[in-house]
Design a protein around this ligand. Structure first.
Ligand code: AHR
Length: 519
C-alpha cells in the first residue's frame, strides 16, 4: 500500500489557492498554483503492468459493432474486408491486448449459431436489450476473430448462461478450438477457417445478478458449475473461464458465489464498475465532475476489497480479478442516441482525466488485478473512437484514446510505490513503473482550478534526461469533434532533471507521462 507522507510535509500551496474559494475566478490574472513533491521508491515493487489492464470490450449495442467497427464489405465507407479501415488503423497504432465480445447484456441473449455460415442466410434477430433494432448477424464468430487477428488482440468471448444451456456453450468452444475431424470443427473449416481459433478466455455469463438472468449468487454458482464441467480444453487450448462477479463492490455477491462454487474454481472473476455522471458529457458542471472523479477512490477500494474476498477462500489467490467493464457513464440525451446510436457519448477532457485516474489505479494495484476492459471501444459510453453515426465516414480518436496511449509505455513493466502525500479525491494521482532501462511516471492533475509544479524525487536511481508528453485542456467539456478531430492530442512536455530529481509543470486538468532512461 502507498504510505502517505503528511500533507503538510508534501504539499505547499500558495495563499492565493486558499483564497480562490472565496474570490470569483475571473478576478485572477494568473492561475492559482502549488508545488507538489512526490517520492518514487524504485526499490519497492508492486507488480507487473499486464498489457491486459488496457483491454477493451465491444458489444452489439448502438453503433459499436454495426456501423462502428463493422460496416460491411459493400459499404461506401473505406473498409478492410468489412472492417472500418480508419478505426482498424487507429486501434493498431494503440495496440489492443484483449477484446471482449459480444456483450454485455447482449451476450445472454446471443446464440452463436446465428452468426456463422453464409451471411445472406443468417437469421435476423431483435436486439432486446438495446432498442429492439433488428440485427442481420453479419458480424459473428468468424468476423470477430478476424477483427482480433487484424488488431493482434486476444479474443475473449462472453458465453450465454441466462438463456442458454451448457451444451450450447460447450459446442461453441468445440467449434472454435477443436483442430479438425469433428462435425463442428469441420463446419468451422467449411466456413473459412481450417485453423482452430484457440480461444482461451470464456466468460460464463455476464452480470448474472442483473440482465444476465436476475439470479441470486447461489443460483448462479449452481449454474456456473453446470456450465464449467462441459467447458473443455478442446484440442489442447487451456481455457480461462471467467465467472460473473459483483456489481461494483458487492461482497455479498462475491461471497455467495464463492460459497456456492464449493471446490470449483474459475480462473477469473469479473467485476463491473461504472463511474456515473449527472450531466451530458459536454455540459458537465465542476461539481458533478468532481463527484465523478471521487468515484475512483471507490473503484480502488473495490479492487482491494474484492481481491481480499477472493484471497480469503482456499485457492482464491489463484483466481484473477477482472474489471470487465469500467469507465464513465454520463447522462445520455435521447437526441444523441437517435442521431448516433444507443449509449453514444462524447469523451471530453474530463473523460481523459477519468481514464488516467483509472489506469493509474490499475498500475498501483497491479498485484491484485488480471485484466481490465474499458466500456466500450467505439461509439458506446467511454469510447476510444467515435464515428458520426453508422453511415458517417468520420472517425475520430477521443481524449480517452489519447489517455490510453500515454499509458502504453507502462505495459509489461513493474510498478513501484509512489508517495504523494495526497490521497484526496481531487489530489494529484501518480503511478510509476520500471524496467532495467526505463522509469515511466504518469501524473494526473484532476483539479480544474489549480496548476501544479511537480517535483519528483527518485529513490534508488538517477535518471538521464528523458521525454514527456501531456494531454491537457483547461476546459473540461472540450473534446475532439468531427470538425476539430485533433483539438486535444498529446504534446511534448518539458522536463528538468537535476540529479535524482525531476521537475515538471502539470497544468490543471492534465495527464502526463514521463519516460526516463535509468540504465
Ligand atoms: O456496457 C453497457 C452495459 O453495461 C453492458 O451491456 C452491461 O454488461 C452493463 O450493465
Amino acid at each position: 500500500m502507498i504510505s502517505p507522507l503528511s500533507r503538510r510535509q508534501f504539499v505547499t500551496t500558495t495563499a492565493a489557492l486558499a483564497a480562490s474559494a472565496f474570490v470569483p475566478r475571473r478576478l485572477f490574472a494568473a492561475a492559482p498554483s502549488g508545488t507538489q513533491r512526490i517520492v518514487i521508491r524504485t526499490d519497492s515493487e508492486i507488480g507487473t503492468v499486464r498489457p491486459e489492464f488496457h483491454g477493451h470490450f465491444i458489444e452489439h449495442l448502438g453503433s459499436c459493432v454495426y456501423g462502428g467497427l463493422w460496416v460491411g464489405k459493400d459499404s461506401h465507407i473505406p473498409n478492410l474486408n468489412g472492417y472500418r479501415k480508419q478505426a482498424v488503423e487507429y486501434l493498431q497504432e494503440l495496440g489492443v491486448p484483449v477484446l471482449r465480445w459480444p456483450g454485455g447484456c447482449f451476450a445472454d441473449d446471443y446464440h452463436w449459431r446465428d452468426g456463422i455460415g453464409p451471411a445472406a442466410k443468417r437469421p435476423k434477430r431483435v436486439n432486446i436489450h438495446w432498442g429492439e433494432y433488428v440485427e442481420d448477424n453479419s458480424f459473428g464468430t468468424h468476423e470477430f476473430i478476424g477483427l482480433c487477428r487484424l488488431l493482434n488482440a486476444e479474443p475473449y468471448f462472453a458465453g450465454n448462461v441466462g438463456s442458454s444451456t451448457p451444451h450450447e456453450l460447450r459446442d461453441w468452444i468445440e467449434y472454435c478450438n477443436y483442430p479438425s475431424g469433428s462435425t463442428l470443427s469441420d463446419e468451422r473449416a467449411a466456413n473459412g477457417s481450417a485453423e482452430p481459433f484457440r480461444v482461451r478466455y470464456w466468460g460464463v455469463g455476464n452480470e448474472s445478478w442483473g440482465c444476465g438472468g436476475n439470479m441470486r449468487p447461489e443460483e448462479y454458482a449452481r449454474l456456473y458449475r453446470d456450465f464449467a464441467v462441459y467447458c473443455r480444453n478442446f484440442g489442447g487450448t487451456d481455457l480461462f473461464l471467467v465467472a460473473s462477479g459483483p456489481s461494483g463492490n458487492d461482497s455479498r455477491w462475491s461471497r455467495g458465489l464463492m460459497d456456492g462454487l464449493g471446490w470449483e474454481r474459475p480462473q477469473g472473476v469479473s467485476m463491473h464498475y461504472y463511474s456515473g455522471g449527472a450531466d451530458r458529457s459536454t455540459t458537465f458542471t465542476a461539481d458533478h465532475m468532481s463527484e465523478q472523479f471521487a468515484s475512483y477512490l471507490k473503484v480502488e477500494e473495490a479492487i482491494v476489497q474484492q481481491r481480499a474476498v477472493l484471497d480469503s477462500y482456499q485457492k482464491g489467490k489463484e483466481i484473477g480479478l477482472i474489471l470487465d467493464e469500467w469507465g464513465v457513464w454520463d447522462d445520455i440525451p435521447e437526441a444523441d442516441e437517435r442521431r448516433y446510436g444507443k449509449l453514444w457519448q462524447q469523451s471530453t477532457m474530463r473523460s481523459a482525466i477519468a481514464a488516467g485516474l483509472g489506469l493509474n489505479i490499475f498500475n498501483r494495484q497491479a498485484d491484485k488485478l488480471y485484466m481490465c476492459n474499458i466500456a466500450q471501444m467505439v461509439n458506446v459510453l467511454q469510447s476510444l473512437l467515435l464515428t458520426d453515426g453508422p453511415e458517417g465516414e468520420h472517425c475520430v480518436r477521443t481524449t480517452t484514446y489519447h489517455a490510453f496511449s500515454l499509458f502504453k509505455p507502462h505495459r509489461t513493466k513493474t510498478t513501484v510505490r509512489v508517495e504523494s502525500g495526497d490521497s484526496s479525491p481531487s489530489g494529484l494521482s501518480v503511478s510509476a513503473s520500471k524496467s532495467d532501462k526505463e522509469l515511466v511516471v504518469t501524473l494526473v492533475n484532476p483539479r480544474h482550478d489549480v496548476d501544479l509544479q511537480v517535483e519528483c524525487t527518485l529513490k534508488g536511481v538517477n535518471p538521464s534526461p528523458g521525454t514527456a508528453q501531456i494531454l491537457h485542456d483547461a476546459e473540461w467539456n472540450a473534446c475532439n469533434t468531427f470538425d476539430h478531430p485533433d483539438r486535444i492530442v498529446p504534446k511534448p512536455l518539458t522536463l528538468r532533471v537535476d540529479g535524482s530529481q525531476v521537475h515538471l509543470d502539470l497544468p490543471r486538468l492534465s495527464v502526463a507521462t514521463a519516460v526516463l532512461p535509468i540504465g
